[in-house]
Design a protein around this ligand. Structure first.
Ligand code: HEM
Length: 133
């Protein structure tokens, strides 16, 4: 497995753990009502599990498994950039929705995530083809 996929998948698994923990806290709080502020974690729960876990896992596995050119995945530097932008975007959005910083945090975070996805798609596009067998 390429090192980029290792990091996509390691990070995705960390988000899975964090997102499920937030979910379990909110669920227990729904029954026991011990800390009403826990509801503030809902947008982070959604962001972490939908983007941090689901999208990031897909990107890591796709980069690993899509057909290669001979044995190469091409110039991998844009993929490092996509990894960085995606995760910076996730934390910018979380800062915006949970910690209640300015709304522009969410806008910047979403733009970073969109850039990460666009770079990833542009890099992966030529690899999406039959293997030729
Ligand atoms: C990949 C896994 C998951 C994803 C993508 C996910 C996503 C979501 C989304 C989108 C919502 C908002 C739903 C709405 O507002 O109608 C939500 C709410 C919630 N989730 Fe998750 N979730 C996941 C796993 C979990 C797990 C494992 C738990 C508990 C251990 C959990 C506990 C909750 C709770 C308590 C709510 C609030 C429900 C309410 O509004 O009453 N989630 N989740």
């Amino acid at each position: 497995m390429p090192r980029q996929s290792v990091w996509f998948i390691r990070l995705a698994l960390s988000y899975l753990f964090l997102g499920f923990t937030f979910g379990a806290l909110m669920l227990s709080n729904k029954g026991l009502a011990y800390a009403p502020w826990l509801w503030r974690l809902l947008p982070a729960h959604i962001e972490i599990l939908l983007v941090g876990w689901t999208a990031q896992l897909a990107m890591g596995v796709i980069f690993w498994i899509a057909p290669r050119f001979q044995s190469s995945r091409g110039d991998v530097r844009p993929i490092w950039g996509a990894l960085l932008l995606l995760n910076a975007g996730i934390w910018a959005v979380i800062a915006g929705v949970v910690v209640d910083l300015q709304g522009w945090n969410v806008v910047i975070g979403r733009l970073a995530q969109m850039a990460a996805m666009a770079i990833f798609a542009w890099h992966t596009w030529p690899r999406i083809k039959p293997t030729g067998k």
